[in-house]
Design a protein. Structure first.
Length: 414
């Protein structure tokens, strides 16, 4: 690697030396104005206020006040450009970029489609109609039969109030019988007695020893802590049901790409369990906290699961389509991604000035996609940038700029 860099540096230095004669011609001197100083033709940190030669007999190169090149500008002889494999591309305008964000995630049950079946009265579970986790249930289906003394008492009180209300000559002395019926009916509803049971009670006028526990929604039993014969307290979970027709995919998106993700964007997932199959969904929510350990943000994606192929905790690879926020707005200025030299805090491209001259130019980048990157500042349409062998030219440019800074004083004089 050291030998390769030495050869590249030697080639560039020789190219600069070959251009020395053109720079020192009388016509060039007249065009560029006053000579500030003379620099070493081999790029060494040595300057002179008057013309001189180096140890090899080569003339020092003049640096002119007019048309002085910016620090870091590199000159390469045309014959050497092909040897180094230098390729360039135009800075162009194109419609809004459509890129993508790659992430990984896991399948989770949709929290909005989960319900817990409980009772509001103390009692004993005498029989179970649904006795296994994973059983499908339908809304209104009987899950279990419960014996609850409080519920039985409430039904008898309702029947008694109705009996008193039907007697036109009843004298309660403290209120109207119709009010007692309404109060007893409200207590039945407060104890969460199903409407079907209240209707049966009104038809038959007979209190039931057992009350049916019914499913409040369609779904699958994902948890069943209840067993036949056990005593249950008010509010204690008997069943947990989940509708599996849709599931959540919680993706971990890298911090640097979170700003590209928006709710409503299309997302695609692939799973190792189903090779060749793609599951399409939509971004629903971006969680408000970032993981300190992984520096990722959780993104919730809604996925249809009509055939119940997606199971909780399955691992998935995710692609989120991220069109440019401008939509159908103005076109973007773009360059190939290979033109960008990314130094972390600073992004640079090498601008082709023509005649074998290349200048580093700091740029402010935007979105990426399809091998292109948006340039928001630093370039203009029609500029030409280096897309091949740019790291070699950049290394020489940095070295040249450093040497120029080293050989200049505070007033900018050698």
């Amino acid at each position: 690697m050291t030998r390769a860099r030495f050869l590249v540096g030697l080639a560039i230095a020789l190219a600069a030396a070959q251009a020395a004669q053109a720079e020192t011609s009388p016509q060039a001197s007249a065009d560029k104005g006053k000579v500030l100083y003379y620099r070493n033709p081999m790029g060494l940190p040595d300057t002179s206020p008057v013309p001189k030669k180096d140890g090899m007999g080569m003339d020092y190169l003049p640096v002119y006040a007019k048309g002085a090149e910016p620090a870091g500008t590199v000159r390469i002889a045309p014959g050497k450009l092909q040897t180094l494999g230098v390729r360039t591309a135009l800075v162009e305008e194109m419609p809004a970029l459509v890129g993508s964000v790659q992430a990984t995630g896991t399948i989770a049950l949709d929290e909005r489609r989960q319900v817990v079946v409980t009772t509001r009265a103390e009692g004993w579970v005498e029989t179970l109609a649904v006795a296994a986790t994973g059983d499908p249930v339908h809304r209104g289906q009987v899950l279990a039969q419960l014996y609850a003394p409080d519920l039985l008492t409430a039904e008898k009180e309702y029947l008694l109030a109705r009996s008193l209300a039907s007697d036109d000559h009843a004298d309660m002395g403290h209120g109207r019988p119709a009010d007692l019926v309404a109060a007893a009916l409200s207590r039945l509803k407060a104890l969460d007695i199903p409407a079907e049971e209240i209707a049966r009670l009104q038809r038959s006028s007979e209190a039931a020893r057992q009350i049916a526990i019914r499913a409040p929604a369609d779904g699958v039993v994902i948890d069943k802590p209840v067993v036949a014969g056990m005593r249950v307290a008010p509010g204690e979970p008997l069943y947990r049901l989940a509708d599996l027709s849709t599931v959540w995919l919680v993706a971990e998106v890298a911090e640097r790409e979170v700003g590209l993700v928006r709710p409503g964007q299309a997302a695609h997932a692939t799973l190792t369990a189903y090779p060749g199959r793609r599951f399409d969904g939509v971004v629903d929510f971006i969680y408000p906290a970032l993981s300190r350990e992984t520096r990722t943000a959780r993104v919730r994606i809604i996925l249809p699961n009509r055939d119940r192929a997606l199971l909780a905790d399955m691992y998935a690879s995710v692609t989120i389509e991220t069109p440019h926020p401008g939509g159908d707005g103005p076109t973007l200025l773009v360059v190939p991604e290979s033109a960008v030299l990314d130094g972390g805090a600073r992004q640079t491209v090498l601008l082709d000035l023509g005649d074998g001259r290349f200048q580093p130019r700091a740029v402010h980048l935007g979105v990426r996609g399809d091998g292109e990157v948006e340039v928001r500042d630093g370039l203009r349409k029609g500029d030409r940038v280096v897309v091949g062998a740019n790291f070699l030219i950049d290394a020489e440019s940095n070295l040249k700029a450093a040497l120029q800074a080293f050989t200049s004083n505070k007033e900018g004089q050698p």
